[in-house]
Design a protein around this ligand. Sequence first.
Ligand code: NDP
Length: 286
Amino acid sequence: MSTTMKGAEVAKAMKETLIREAEALKEKGILPCLTIIRVGARPDDLAYERGAKKRMELIGIECRVRELPEDISQREFEKEFQKINQDPSVHGILLFHPLPDHLDEKPVKSIIHPYKDVDCMSDVNIAKVFAGDETGFAPCTAEAVVRMLDHYGIDPKGRKVTVVGRSMVVGKPLAMLLLDRHGTVTLCHTRTADLEEECRKAQILVAAAGKAGMITEAMTGQDAVVVDVGINVDENDRLCGDVDFDAVEPRASYISPVPGGVGSVTTSVLAAHVLRGARYLNSIFV
Ligand code: NDP
């Protein structure tokens, strides 16, 4: 019988500290503020936006949304982005992506203020994650996995960790964060020769491939900790992860569900980053 790692429990445990941090800033006359930049109105962006707004409100962070038309020109997009980037009342910027095909994200990645870059778009923050510099901002989802492990008292130190997926938003930075915690990390992808074996040997297995139910019982070691980052829609139009939960759960010691797992921690990490960004921007380095 495994323990289900519930995102809501992790978020609840983080809430009080975050509220206190927001209050401490307000006492200094700083109203922490996140601005979400959304181009168009994709349903998954809108769903994340609702969750983020609710979480920011709960913590005491102002959350603004700048909605831009889907057919906005590159020039206008960069102008709007820079306006928000230079607005001293904004302490964190979250740009939803992917952007429409005609827009190039690279120019804004290079201009975003590193302290406002709360979801790790810029090379500065990516470099800090890879250098193990804790003043950087890791992608919120990658950090949410670490927070979840911390909450359940699971220490990666000395353990075999396999991460499936090597994107710059989840897999690669997460591998670095787990390496910093002294895990022995294997990073898998579509060209991995024996994925089943790489997964089965893991004491901590993180699935971040975006393939519904790809992690099967045969790929899971006895008593492994299984963290599911995937967000997919199954053949019945239901939200599901990368892990075949019912088949894997009996073999795992700990397992995170989808929905209700890592995704529920991500907005709390986002809030933590906005608060830290607000402190850094006001030269409060505690
Ligand atoms: P990407 O599509 O950018 O990357 C997927 C990665 O998984 C790639 O490295 C790919 O390998 C690898 N992969 C895909 N299929 C296989 C396979 N069959 N075997 C081995 N490796 C495979 O996805 P993201 O990293 O952006 O997202 C991953 C998942 O996490 C998605 O389901 C996404 O929805 C979810 N997600 C969840 C968030 C949350 O808050 N919980 C936030 C962000 C993402 P290769 O490099 O070789 O192509």
